[in-house]
Design a protein around this ligand. Structure first.
Ligand code: 2HG
Ligand code: ZN
Length: 454
């Protein structure tokens, strides 16, 4: 039977899309940099349907791109050749009841992070993970790319929250580790293998999410600083004096100008500075004194402090608003990298020079640098070079490796950085990854071209 017809029989005709007007939102990524026409978009309702869809696609030899909220930033959740089936997991959005004794909740891959947070908070707990795309990204995608965000500093990345998962393999086999047993050493840890595999080894359909205590007393500081070195001193003081530290992000002054212009607001700070840190402490008890102690120890004199939700959100909007403000200014090349803290200042300083020498013929090339200071995680956003022009990307990644850093801290490798994987990981590791891929997906149907170069 022809693939379209076979899929219609599995999910119902209304959930197999081939009209270009309907498929368009599934075909281009959030940045506008990646995408191609899809052969079809298929929207299964549950794990059994995902498995049946995979069996149909395997029989037809059709490559499949799994997609959640399509908020990924490395081109891993959209078609790239034009012949892929996009398998949307958004209909798998059911969230179970919180198990308060275990601190776990089961969520369908299509549930948004925001929805999981809301369910957790209603039960007196929290998801422990948070970032700007919270209301559009889905928990399956969060797990598939091991998303991090600002709170990873305290609670770890998605990996730390996966107590189990259910997934569909390339041949339609369903694997399920949803028992919630904290200790279970029987055999290989397949869920761990799927976390961060970006849809190349299996399709995550359900996740057992480990919750954290809900910490309602929150206080946020926005601190203008003279240098990245001063920011590192502040981070050390926060670690030493504020055990309630939850996040410690940074951005630079040109990023602030762009965000303020985009958000049509004035700077809340009396004076501008080269570097800004946004730090947040959270506890059961008011963490204001701890935060003040840390700021004092770091010699900070003029921080803006916010302790109610609206004011805290206004401070965070200056940091979180970078993605949208940059997106409104052009199609960015996003290089989500990590460097050791000791190398951070030198790395940030070097980037404008690396950019100028990589693309001397693109005089308006600009780099916006911001991210999660506590993790050494820098979001290098390049504007100016054409979509296909990767000279500046290469120069930045070269610099990252020379600093002992990683080409992907939290967004994943996707297609954007696949050709750098061997440089980053070495031939031995890439061969082991290819062996795993070959074992689980011998026909290469799952997300071809992502993570491992074709
Ligand atoms: C963030 O930290 C996200 O805001 C997105 O990881 C970063 O837009 C980016 O490059
Ligand atoms: Zn980030």
């Amino acid at each position: 039977m022809e693939l379209t017809q076979a899929l219609r029989e599995v999910v119902g005709a209304t959930h197999v899309l081939d009209d270009p007007e309907l498929t368009a939102p599934y075909e281009r990524d959030w940045t506008g940099r990646f995408g191609a026409r899809a052969r079809l978009v298929v929207r299964p309702a549950d794990t059994a349907q995902v498995a049946a869809v995979m069996r149909c696609c395997a029989a037809a030899g059709a490559p499949v791109v799994p997609q959640g909220g399509n908020t990924g930033l490395v081109g891993a959740s959209v078609p790239r050749e034009g012949d892929e089936v996009v398998l949307s997991l958004r209909r798998l959005s059911a969230i179970g009841e919180v198990d308060p004794a275990l601190g776990l909740v089961a969520a369908g891959a299509g549930a948004t992070l925001g929805a999981v947070q809301a369910v957790a908070r209603a039960a007196g707990l929290d998801a422990g993970l948070d970032f700007a795309a919270r209301d559009s990204c889905t928990i399956g995608g969060v797990v598939a790319c091991d998303a991090g965000g600002a709170r990873a500093l305290r609670h770890g990345t998605a990996r730390a929250h996966v107590a189990g998962l259910e997934a569909v393999l390339a041949d339609g086999t369903v694997i399920s580790r949803m028992s919630g047993l904290a200790k279970d050493n029987a055999g290989y840890d397949l869920p761990a293998l799927l976390v961060g595999s970006e849809g190349t080894l299996g399709i995550v359909t359900r996740v057992l999410w480990k919750l954290v205590p809900r910490l309602d007393r929150r206080v946020t500081a926005l601190v203008p600083l003279a240098s990245v070195a001063d920011a590192t001193v502040l981070l050390a003081a926060l670690r030493a004096h504020a055990p309630s530290l939850e996040s410690c992000d940074f951005f630079l002054d040109d990023g602030l100008s762009l965000v303020l212009a985009y958000q049509r607001r004035a700077s809340p700070l009396e004076r501008r500075a080269p570097v800004y840190v946004v730090a947040e402490c959270a506890g059961r008890d008011d963490p204001t004194d701890e935060l003040a102690e840390a700021l004092g120890q770091a010699g900070v004199e003029d921080a803006l402090i916010a302790d109610d939700t609206a004011s805290r959100e206004r401070l965070w909007a200056l940091r979180e608003g970078h993605t949208e403000a940059i997106g409104a200014a052009g199609v960015p090349h996003k290089l989500d990298v990590g460097v050791p803290l000791a190398a951070l200042a030198g790395f940030l300083e070097e980037i404008p020079r690396a950019l100028a020498s990589a693309v001397p013929d693109v005089p308006d090339a600009r780099a916006f640098l911001f991210g999660h200071l506590g993790d050494g995680n820098v979001h290098v956003n390049l504007l100016g070079p054409a979509i296909e022009d990767e000279r500046a990307d290469d120069a930045v990644l070269e610099l990252v490796l020379s600093c002992g850093g990683t080409i992907s801290a939290e967004h994943g490798v996707g297609v954007a950085k696949a050709r750098w994987l061997a440089r980053a990981r070495g031939a031995g590791e890439v061969a082991a990854m290819r062996a795993l891929k070959q074992a689980l997906d011998p026909a290469g149907l799952l997300n071809p071209g992502a993570v491992l170069p074709a």
